[in-house]
Structures are given as C-alpha cells and as structure tokens.
Design a protein around this ligand. Sequence first.
Ligand code: GLC
Length: 457
Amino acid sequence: MSIRPIEEEAWELLEKSIIYYRGSPVGTIAARDPDIAALNYDQCFVRDFVSSALIFLVKGRADVVRNFLQITLKLQPKTVQLDCSKPSRGLMPASFKVELFNGQEYIKADFGDHAIGRVAPADACLWWIILLRAYVVATQDLDLAHRDDFQEGIRLILTLCLVTRFDMYPMVLVPDGASMIDRRMGLYGHPLDIQSLFYAALRASAELLIPNQENQQMIDAIHCRLVPLLKQIRENYWLDSDRLNVIYRFQVEEYGEEALNQFNIFSDSIPFYRLAKWVPEAGGYLAGNLGPSQMDCRFFAIGNLMAIISSLTNEEQSHKILNLIELRWGDLIGHMPMKLCYPALEDADWRIVTGCDPKNRPWSYHNGGSWPVLLWMLTAAARKMSRAELAHHAIAVAERRLLLDHWPEYYDGPDARLIGKESRRYQTWTVAGYLLAKELIANPDHLKLVNFEDEVI
Ligand code: GLC
C-alpha cells in the first residue's frame, strides 16, 4: 500500500472540515473522528478556527474568514445582562454549530454554558480581534474592520477587559479554564497564556480602531495599559538564572510602592533546585501565572510562543525562550511538538489543583500532554527570531507521526510517545497547524499575519 503525501491528505481533510451555513463556508469543525462520539467536537471553536483561518488567509480563501468574523460578531451579546445565566456583554462564544429547525438552518452558540465545568471562554474574544487584524493584513480590506458593527464589537471586548474589574494589576483577571486549557489546572488569576493573547489583542485593536470621538476613550485605555502590561510581564514573569537568584533571596512582607517583592512571593513556594538544574544558563521563559504570593513556575507554550510573536518579550528574552526549547528538547518537544505545559502536576498537586481530573492525569491532555497544533506557533516564533533550523527540526519530528497516527488532537507521556488516551483523530487544528507551519517555513512573509514589531516603548 502506498502512503499518500502528507500535505495532500492534510489539504483534503481541511477542506472536508469546513462548516457551511445557508450555503456559505463559515468555519471548520473541531474534529472528524469516525470512531468516537462527537460530543462537542462537531462545533466550530473560535480558538481552533484561528489555525484554519490563518491557513485560509495564506491560501487566498479569505471568504471563509470573513464569513466567520461576521457570524461570530452577530453572536456577541451587545446589551448589559442582568440575568447571570446569560453571557456578559462583549463576550465571544467558545464555539458554535449550525442546527436545523423546521427545515431552516440556525447558528447555535456556546458561551461555556454547555462546556464541562461551565468554563468561560475568555480567550475567544482576544483571538477574535487578533484574527480580524490578520484578515485585514492579508486582504487590505480595512472597510470590514471599520464597519460600525465591527468597531462596536472591538469596543465591547475591550470594555470587558479594560474597564470594569476588581484588579489593580495591568494584567487581565480571569477564572480557571478560560483558554485552550478549559479544565481546572490552577490557572485562575493572571495566567500567561491569556496575558499574551491580551497583549496581542490590544496591539491589534490599536491598529483597528478608527480614531474618532466614540473610540477615543478605548484608544486611551489601550495606550494606558500597553506599557505597564509589557513591563509587568517582562520583569515579573521572567525566569532565568539571574532572576532565580533574585527571587531566591527576596525579602518578604514588604509594604509600599518601593517593595521589590511586589507580589510577596515566599521563596519556599518555588522549586529552586529543580529549576536551577532545568533552566540552562542561556535559557529563560515567562512563568505561567503571577498573583498575590503566587508564582506558577510551570512553562506554558502558548503564552511563551505568543509573547515572542507579539513582541511582548524583548529580543534577548525571545532568544532565551527558544534556547530553552532547543536545550530542553527532550522535555518540551520529545516525539511530538510540543508540550502545552511543563512539567505535569503529579500526586498531591494533581489531586488538589486539578480536582483529581482523570483526563488531566500527569503527562496527559492539558497536564503535560503534547499538542501538534502548537507547531505553527513554534514555527512562527522561531522564524521571527531567524531560527528557522529549530522549526525545520520540529516539523520533521511531527512529520514522522502525524499522517500515520491520523492527525491526533494530542499525545501523552513525558516524551510524547503515546497517542493521547482520549485524543480525537482527524483533529482539524492539528491538520491546519501542520499546514500553516509548512507555509510559514516556505514563505516567512506570512508571519506578518500574526507578528507585531517591538515598538511600544
Ligand atoms: C478541548 C480543548 C479545547 C479545544 C476543544 C476543541 O476541549 O481543551 O481547547 O478548543 O477541545 O478542539
């Protein structure tokens, strides 16, 4: 039996994953595994669609992306909700599906109300803005973004993130499970994955909002937030050998504005000896979360890679993150690029933090599992920093398995050797992520869809 060329099969799968609404393509289905119950994988998830959308933009299929942006914008609640069971004004749904009723097609949105644990999709509205900007970059169709309904949509998302809040930090405050990691994983507060998307969405909004009276307050709010957010992440989330030395000897219980240990981190809460061994002299990364007496030192891939892509990290930090990936290849890449989070929570940590979640047992799924979709972010980050060899290497690793294994959603094990225990096959963002990585390698110009230059300070 001859094996089909990998890219040929990928294109065919991507085409088959397209969802149509009243005759028009509007998104892609999360997975098409014929052997497992669809559950909610028959929906179009906003975060999943971003990978498909970017490849569609690269390939001149901007119509699908335009339709998707319009459909999802219509699903965004536009009025203040007093009923707590209804989604808040400005939220974007986690996913939607097309349903038939009386022979007519309708769109049904899920704002987390159908998801396990009723988790809030805080990332969806951030990805939506990032995607709108990518659409504009690819098509030059600024008219769409400048339409009144789109300007309003952006303003409502920003209001949700920038205006009403309990917090006094520049980061955005979210509940646990509010992003791709949509189960309890100790990510309440200020998880890096969300902060990196938040930063990119703010940068994108600054480009997309028309400077007029209606938008002025929001534009000012963006500019007030960008620099403090950037400084906070670059300074206080950063971990490398120098920084570990500073934190190790932190004073605690300091009052006032001069406090060095702003978050009152207690040294004993940080696994210094493991980290001092693991973080190479030439490497570093952004911590997974930061809050009062909390510094989560796990490595999260989306937050770190999107920080490089959006220039949230400075040049030296971006290189150090890539150095870490290169020098800890066995831990972070292994047999499939790449780990969503490292290391896994084990034993008592797993019990307390995940609530004994069997799907997130150590080295599986979100808890130390490896997700091929991350290949495009890794490729984009490496490309941006002129480290294409790193991306080539990672793509070669992925190519050994993806086709044979039928495009799994994720892999398990410390070295990503096992196909995920409950992983779907024919997962669309695995397929799209691979195709996108190939395109980014073939033509670095496509990077402009997601890239932001370092210019805010
Ligand atoms: C899982 C993932 C989530 C993804 C969804 C559809 O729930 O955790 O991030 O959007 O599957 O693929």
